[in-house]
Design a protein around this ligand. Sequence first.
Ligand SMILES: O=C(O)CCC(=O)C(=O)O
Ligand SMILES: [Fe+2]
Length: 328
Amino acid sequence: MAVASPVRVDVERFEEEGYLVAEGLLDPAQDLDPVIDEYMALLDTLTAQWLAEGKITSTHADLPFAQRMAQVLSETSSAGYRPFDISLPFSGVTEETPIHLGPAVFQLLTSPRLIDAVEQLIGSEILSNPIQHVRIKPPQALLPPEFQSSLVGQTDWHQDQGVALPEVDETTMLTVWLPITDATEENGCLCVVPYSHQRGLVTHCPGRGQRKGLHIPDEVRGRAYTPVPIKRGGALFLHCRTMHASLKNESDGVRWSFDLRYQPIGQPTGRPWFPAFVVRSRHNPVSEVTDWRVWADLWRQTRTRLAAEPPAGKFNRWTGEEAVCEVA
Ligand SMILES: O=C(O)CCC(=O)C(=O)O
Ligand SMILES: [Fe+2]
């Protein structure tokens, strides 16, 4: 089989505009379909278990995926989402806290097609930063209104640097956003403010009323933004200070994505209590983690440690008392 040459990334444009779309970066059959299969199997296992425990009324296996997720999450509330995500919560971790650590997700995290592109943007010594999530967003209208989480619903305006600890400020953290299903304006694709990374880090304020969570106040952000629809197989690269958010899923399908982060080896990750690993090192190739079980063990060991000794100190950098937040 011929080896495909790496997609060339427009590094200059990324640096200038603070974001870049690379359509056709991944091979959907090799990189994405195994992830879908892995999650379908996970959903079958979880729904069988939850039905047996009386947590849900049916496995809802007759429903299409988007409607099934919505139904299951409506019945289980936000705790029902936790076993799908690929990270741990900030607090309250126990030995039983679920996290999804499967081979197909690891293959996606380390896909050579993806890492070849990352290498063009941040160099050849690449660490997988542990700030990572899967977002499986059912149609918004099917979720109870109190179900507020950017993992299943709309994401408010933020900069990724702003949701990591200040230790990350000197780190060249790169966000890679990958749609598993086509992301459209109707189903809640991302929106970015082009060039906003050039403004530096801005204060994130805690939400009030309907708008929970830390976000960039509208008057700080300004009005212009660009929706970024992307087809499955494509990727969006984001600078760590590019302002971004997502739209509501107003379709009747699912809006499903992974957001992963990479950085040069040796720089702080911004979540020091979570595990990072070497994805690629041209200088020291033996340091690369190539077995998904090693990666899964890193997270399991972290879980054991956090269950025994919850991290002291802060999980985010803002106090909510900043002057700009008074008026927001
Ligand atoms: O997918 C989303 O809704 C938000 C993603 C995001 O904020 C990110 O990739 O950094
Ligand atoms: Fe983000």
